[in-house]
Design a protein around this ligand. Sequence first.
Ligand SMILES: *[C@@H]1O[C@H](CO)[C@@H](O)[C@H](O)[C@H]1NC(C)=O
Length: 403
Amino acid sequence: QRRTSLMLLFWRISSAFPSLSRVLTEAGAEEEHVELFTTPQTKMGAATSDFGYNLFRALASRDATANVFLAPISVSAVLTQLSMGDRSERAQSQLFRALRYHTLQDPQLHNTLKDLLTAVRAPGKGLSTAARVYLSRRLRLKQEFLTLVEQQYGIRPKAVLGKNTKDVNDWVAQQTDRKVQNFLAAAFPQNPGVNAVSAAYFKGKWVTRFGQSGTMETFQLDSGAPLRIPMMQQGNYPVKMGVDSELSCTIAQIQMQDDVSMFIFLPDDVTSNMTLLEESLTAEFVQDLSMTLLPAQVSLTLPVLRLSYSTDLLPLLSDLGLSEWLADTDLEKISTQPLKLTSVNHKVVMEMAPEGKQYPSATSAPSHLSYRVDRPFLYLIRDETSGALLFIGRVANPTGLTI
Ligand SMILES: *[C@@H]1O[C@H](CO)[C@@H](O)[C@H](O)[C@H]1NC(C)=O
């Protein structure tokens, strides 16, 4: 019974929307190269997004069926601060390549990034981030480095005792409206080194409200029994939509306040293996996609999520081409003593709740299409002004996510 209604649903969506892959192939066949990112800020937005997609792929492929969440722009921020400690140009260009800055040719790179970070943290967008370099107190530090980073990014790298987690946790909580708590579950590694700290909290506000929320609905897991989880629901919901037949998923873009939007990639089948989709994610792909989606009114059903996720990203950096940079650390602008990167802790908290501004207009005819996010999905939060990726996640199993 359920399968039939799903198939009917997909038939309806597929017939109502052009196939994205077809549109994309036709555009590509003309071999016309359109410059998608033209201003320093949108180029920087694309660079931080591409770094983010690479990092997400690295993390997601470690466990192809687990929940994964990242706020990559905060990781870009802390690694860029760290790059100011590289002595040689060779080491710095390795790091810049991983951060995808090598194509920018931006002599004002640090200022452009600083402006982007300020723009995406505007209060209405719902994102707060923390990014700071913590150094072992046992190191003899060069004051010039600390001052340089502080002058550029307004955050002074800090020397701490490895076991002093409270200092770090208090600072992260304070930077994130007290939403990211207990950042470090354990002390920094014992050996004296550099710890790159990044964290983010996101709670966007929908432009269109959800009228119904908290009703328990079925969420079908890839394996195992269906779950009952709280969902929010609203009819006549304005979204932009499209079907990607090659990636076998239906995509919806939902507008949030202050020029932020959420893209949901919902696989046609119940599967938490989204490798194919993950492999196609780039800043350019998402930008192209956003221009192909078509406006629609749908009956929209989304899980209500309050999630918290933390991980040490250090083991992933070698997947991003940083093996040599890590092995042959050259952070002599930080200290003359040999220095290693010892942790890249990252923690995110996100709330996907019903708050919003206005109800959908009552005058429009009831929606025939429905978009029900009731099985594993992938989503991303993008700042539309700069194109910067603010948040990305794969929800395989919504239990065990709640804070
Ligand atoms: C996930 O899907 C890809 C291709 O779609 C496949 O190659 C891979 O083996 C799958 N991984 C798992 C863990 O099932």
